[in-house]
Design a protein around this ligand. Sequence first.
Ligand code: SF4
Length: 155
Amino acid sequence: MKDVNKPEVGSSEKKTRLIGIVQCDIAKERCSGLTCINSFDKRIDAFENYSTDIMAVPFNCGGGGGRRISRTVAHLARKAEQKAGIKKEEIVIHLSSCIVTDNGHYPPCPHLNNIMEILKRKDFRVRLGSYKSNTATKRREQGRYQPFDWDGEEL
Ligand code: SF4
């Protein structure tokens, strides 16, 4: 299985018009999701360098290893084209920090490779991360949490 922390470089030159943000169903039992959207609105953390004219669509993984993501991203791409004229290749799917980082909720999702495989089979552009927590950053610096590359290229 591919190591999702080792990105392939090469697709970052593509035009981006929509970001889908996949969030962990279990984290969302408590989390409103505001911090991800706040980071997107301010173009900080994992969303630096995106232009201001991009739409963001957050949605839950659906639990169960993230298998629902397959249907949700298919719907996202279909509606993006129908309603906004946005093509699939202009969409980047971000896997949120609650899925990909070692953090205050728990370690990274144990189904991360499976989720990546689902998205790659559907031929989506993928990036890792969303909101960058100060507490988790401090703990990463202290070596308590695994490191994370916030500047990772598209996978
Ligand atoms: S599959 Fe992963 S991201 Fe989805 S609810 Fe389970 S632990 Fe969270």
